[in-house]
Design a protein around this ligand. Structure first.
Ligand code: GTP
Ligand code: MG
Length: 95
């Protein structure tokens, strides 16, 4: 992998909003009819950090139970993890 390219894998349970966050971040788009991801999808995000161009190669994995076994295939050589879960569970825990 080139040293200006970072692999990012998004993991989390189904329907928690992983794909929506990725599409908002990379393309500025949002749809309330976002369909479930099958297996995984991939998007690049270019960033300029300290005047140098860097590329995030972001893998968006499927959260549904039947795809869980595929996770390690995508995160084996990843440098970052973003684990997204449903926020109301945090409120239940705190209050
Ligand atoms: N109200 C609300 N709905 C959201 C938000 N983010 C996503 N959704 C909706 O929640 C549903 C699931 O969003 P996805 O982005 O497909 O979730 P996912 O985690 O990628 O789901 P899988 O691909 O099945 O793992 C979609 O109908 C989205 O439109 C949010 O911040 N607020
Ligand atoms: Mg998805």
């Amino acid at each position: 992998m080139q040293n200006n390219r970072f692999k990012v894998v998004i993991l989390g349970e189904g329907r928690v909003g992983k794909t929506s966050i990725l599409l908002r971040y990379t393309r500025g788009e949002y749809s309330d009819k976002q369909v479930s991801t099958l297996q995984a999808s991939y998007l690049d995000k270019k960033l300029t950090v300290s005047g140098k161009e860097q590329v995030l190669s972001i893998w968006d994995t499927a959260g549904q139970e039947r795809f869980h076994a595929l996770g390690p295939i995508y995160y084996r050589d990843a440098r970052k993890f973003i684990d997204i879960y449903f926020l109301p569970f945090i409120y239940l825990y705190l209050f």
